[in-house]
Design a protein around this ligand. Structure first.
Ligand code: HEM
Length: 415
């Protein structure tokens, strides 16, 4: 793949070649410009500098309510399908501006309290141990299949209070909705998404009926359902939509973060050794890994009013792509930004966003990453990955691998 110069931006596609999907040189070129750059191909402003992305994430006139203006540009059958999909997505906290956002987020914060999530750490440890046991001493395995996909799906089963056997369905639905929202390149995805939403609606309706007749409030979502109808509670449609959102927001992002972490650390045995020597540095390493190879590399916004951003005039109605992954490599903010460090001082990285939409699942994701990293360090004295032929997922807004073969050095011990 050759990387586009800024002058080629009209034809530059961020989908790229999935085998060599290295957008970082392109992001560096964008950052060499003074401010946001208009991309005719994406019909959007590309925002690449850390301070500008940070300001945009906090800008009151940059809206996340993007579906309606997008649907308005469509016609016929496609528009009808999108309208039906939007019946669910319009309730997502991440697609709502204040005041609706404030109300929904307040209700969800009851569920995503870090204090309550801590009880899940022992579940995560147990699931990871079971996953290692399933490897059955193998000296080569696909990390994405063995850990990255299964762990978040099983944890979501715990969150929802549904049988672990349903993890595959959670995974499939989560991946499907992610392909739709994240802009996979096939058009079949509208029909697939509608079919998935029908199944999810039926599954979650049954679940909610069960929750209503139960006194048990041990799972987080039972508490959410318990609050339905109260002043601070969500409506029935909002709860269904939120369950779908958690599958979308919690599964693939975490799976990609896990895969990117293992790939990144495979070329940094010194950092792995440092974690082995002092497990207390694991959280700092994880923050720098999230910065270095950001699993949700970009988020989008639409301007509600004329405004100025990074020295550029943005007109009402213009779309913006906020390149979190580029901001996280901005040398003006991060020394040796192209390198993972175990000792980076408190990092203002934007991997979980910033401001009112800051990721509600960040404490959960950080905990999953930490438990897996410490288990890998503990269980596998040495590992490498086969980097030849790695394939990146082709969704525009996602950075994650489809498979990641890990080879365990059997001479020093194995799983
Ligand atoms: C490493 C894994 C994860 C990454 C990189 C990630 C990234 C993000 C980002 C960048 C946003 C901001 C979106 C925007 O500003 O438009 C966000 C929002 C959100 N995330 Fe995550 N996320 C992860 C894991 C999770 C998990 C595990 C959950 C839930 C179980 C979750 C739930 C949410 C929710 C509900 C929002 C919307 C918050 C709002 O709009 O107020 N995320 N996430």
């Amino acid at each position: 793949m050759t990387h586009s110069a800024i002058s080629d931006i009209g034809t530059f596609s961020m989908h790229h070649d999935p085998v060599d999907r290295d957008l970082y040189p392109f992001f560096a070129e964008l950052r060499s410009q003074a401010g946001p750059v208009w991309s005719p191909r994406h019909k959007s402003w590309l925002v690449a500098h850390h301070p500008t992305v940070r300001d945009a994430l906090g800008h009151a006139d940059l809206s996340v309510e993007k579906m309606d203006p997008f649907i308005a540009t469509l016609a016929g059958d496609t528009r009808a399908k999108l309208d039906r999909i939007n019946d669910v997505l319009q309730h997502w906290v991440v697609f709502n501006d204040p005041p609706n956002h404030t109300r929904i987020r307040r209700a969800l914060q009851q569920v995503f309290m870090p204090k309550q999530l801590r009880q899940f750490e022992s579940d995560v440890r147990r699931i990871v141990e079971e996953m290692f046991a399933d490897l059955d001493g193998r000296t080569e395995f696909d990390f994405i299949e063995a850990f990255a996909l299964g762990l978040p799906a099983r944890l979501v089963c715990q969150l929802f209070g549904v049988p672990i056997e349903d993890a595959d369905a959670m995974s499939r639905w989560g991946h499907g909705i992610s392909r739709f929202v994240m802009g996979g390149s096939d058009d079949q995805r509208y029909d697939d998404t509608l079919a998935d939403l029908k199944q999810m609606r039926s599954y979650f309706s049954d679940l909610m009926a069960e929750y209503r007749t139960s006194d048990d409030d041990s799972t987080l979502l039972r508490r959410l359902v318990g609050a339905a109808g109260t002043e601070d509670g969500l409506t029935y449609d909002e709860i269904i939509a939120t369950l779908v959102l958690i599958l979308f927001a919690g599964l693939d992002t975490t799976a990609n973060a896990l895969g990117n972490m293992v790939l990144t650390l495979s070329s940094r045995p010194d950092v792995v050794d440092a974690v082995r020597a002092d497990p207390g540095i694991a959280p700092a390493v994880i923050e720098d890994v999230l910065r270095f190879d950001t699993p949700a590399p970009m988020v989008t916004r639409v301007a509600k009013a004329d405004l100025e951003l990074g020295g550029v005039r943005i007109a009402a109605g213009d779309r913006l792509i906020l390149l979190l992954a580029s901001a996280n490599r901005d040398e003006a903010v991060f020394d040796s930004a192209g390198e993972v460090r175990a000792d980076r001082p408190a990092s203002p990285h934007l991997a979980f966003g910033r401001g009112i939409h800051f990721c509600l699942g960040a404490p959960l994701a950080r905990m999953e990453l930490r438990v897996v990293l410490l288990a890998l360090v503990d269980r596998l004295p040495r590992w490498t990955v086969r980097t030849e032929g790695l394939v990146w997922r082709d969704e525009l807004l996602v950075r994650g691998l489809t498979a990641l073969p890990v080879v365990v050095d059997a001479t020093e011990g194995s799983a």
